[in-house]
Design a protein around this ligand. Structure first.
Ligand code: GLU
Length: 449
């Protein structure tokens, strides 16, 4: 980046930071996009004159509300609920709900901002939003989770709808929570609509939605590798997390002939050099989705190594799939991965690499698939769920999977179109410019809104 461009990025960021100091993750996400876009904006003054970037960085609407509920002991608990309606230029607000004690306005704004670009890249008509609460589902009974979800939806229901805003899951919100949220929406509104995605199969859910983020991420990495005449086959992969995204990443890597050797949770990681095969994956699914236990149990059962309090990035690999949470790969971790010969990174989580870590990957010119491209398969399949709900029909597994695969290829193509630098592809730039153009053009055509 030239000195002049970098000064412009800093000037823009100074304003964003001054307006909302303390929202570090939001600043990080906006800075990454601004760095990718600044030269492009200089060459395309129409976007600058219309202040599109300034407008995109400002949510259309922010909702913040009280969520009172009663725990099993009869004690009243109060949490804070949010919905960030970031941008609806190309479709209804769309994005997940996160229930986690770390949730705050800055984190949800970063996620909603990322979602705008991600959703635009899917080729489907979806705007961007995100929501959630600082509620911690860990250690709560099913009844407590249900009471919390019902109270959360009692307020959220007045702001959402199948043509307005369509929430889904994210960290801490899976099939169980979507069920409780949908039940409450249907009861209060007396309507059965596709207002949430990630629903159960018998009440409007789509086949492949649970698998979609993980499968999509592996499809994206396979595209990146194919562009270099390589493939997942025979590759050693490290995966972080052990939730929905991580589980189906392992499944798809296995199907394509690669080998996953790690999984993690907030306590530590397991390292299984023999590979997490189908049988072991089934154990993980039962452990995490039904018993809601700790990943350490895997090491106890299969006699492999468990490393307490660390992330798996010190394990030598060909491909890394960070699939846990934001900023889980530090600058040091990124250097270690590159030094150990890592060829490709597919971000299954949202912004799992720190700003400096991303610079390490970009400077080393490995294949780096940023979250808003690599993990877009989840929301893309949510878009397919909305489509099936509108038509009041459902597609087969094969149909949805083929559509998902086609969408991941289309996203990869947009990254190539916008991110080529000589004979290397900067996927960060490609995804940011590709997503921006679609939303920006829609905003320009719709006037000053
Ligand atoms: N939470 C997922 C994401 O980060 C999925 C959102 C959705 O399906 O709406 O994209």
């Amino acid at each position: 980046m030239s000195k002049d461009v970098s000064a412009k990025v800093n000037a823009f960021m100074d304003k964003v930071i001054k307006k909302d100091p303390g929202e570090a993750e939001f600043h990080q996400a906006v800075r990454e996009v601004t760095e990718s876009l600044m030269s492009f904006l200089e060459e395309n003054p129409k976007y600058q004159e219309a202040k599109i970037l300034e407008r995109i960085a400002e949510p259309e609407r922010v909702l913040m509300f009280r969520v009172p509920w009663m725990d099993d002991k009869g004690e009243i608990q109060i949490n804070r609920g949010y919905r960030i309606e970031m941008n609806s230029a190309i479709g209804p607000y769309k994005g997940g709900l996160r229930f986690h004690p770390t949730v705050n306005l800055g984190i949800l704004k970063f996620l909603a901002f990322e979602q705008v670009f991600k959703n635009a890249l899917t080729t489907l008509p979806m705007g961007g939003g995100k929501g959630g609460a600082d509620f911690d589902p860990k250690g709560k009974s099913d009844n407590e989770v249900m009471r919390f979800c019902q109270s959360f939806m009692a307020e959220l229901q007045r702001h959402i709808g199948p043509d307005t805003d369509v929430p889904a899951g994210d960290i801490g919100v899976g099939g169980r929570e979507i069920g409780f949220l949908f039940g409450q929406y249907r009861r209060i509104r007396n309507e059965f609509t596709g207002v949430l995605t990630g629903k159960g199969l018998t009440w409007g859910g789509s086949l492949i939605r649970p698998e979609a983020t993980g499968y999509g991420c592996v499809y994206f990495v396979e595209e990146m590798l194919n562009s270099k005449g390589d493939s997942i086959k025979g590759k050693i992969c490290t995966v972080s997390g052990s939730g929905n995204v991580a589980q189906y990443t392992v499944e798809k890597v296995n199907q394509l002939g690669g080998k996953c050797v790690t999984l993690s949770d907030s306590s530590g990681y397991i390292y299984d050099p023999a590979g997490i095969n189908a049988e072991k994956l089934e154990f993980v699914m039962e452990l995490k989705n039904v018993r809601r236990g700790r990943i350490k149990e895997y090491a106890d059962k299969y006699g492999c190594k468990y490393v307490d309090g660390r992330c798996p990035w010190e394990v030598k690999c060909d491909v890394a799939f960070p699939s846990a949470t934001q900023n889980e790969i530090s600058e040091e971790d990124a250097k270690t991965l590159v030094k150990n010969g890592c060829k490709a990174v597919g971000e299954g989580a949202n912004m799992p690499t720190t700003f400096k870590g991303t610079q390490v990957f970009l400077n080393s010119k490995i294949l780096f698939g940023p979250g808003k491209a690599a993990n877009a398969g989840g929301v893309a399949t949510s878009g397919l769920e909305m489509c099936q709900n509108s038509m009041r029909m459902s597609w087969t597994r094969e149909e949805v999977d083929a559509k998902l695969h086609g969408i991941m290829k289309a996203i990869h193509k947009q990254c190539l179109q916008n991110g080529r630098e000589g004979n290397w592809v900067n996927y960060v730039k490609g995804a940011n410019i590709g997503g921006f153009i679609k939303v920006a053009d829609a905003m320009l055509e719709q006037g000053l809104v």
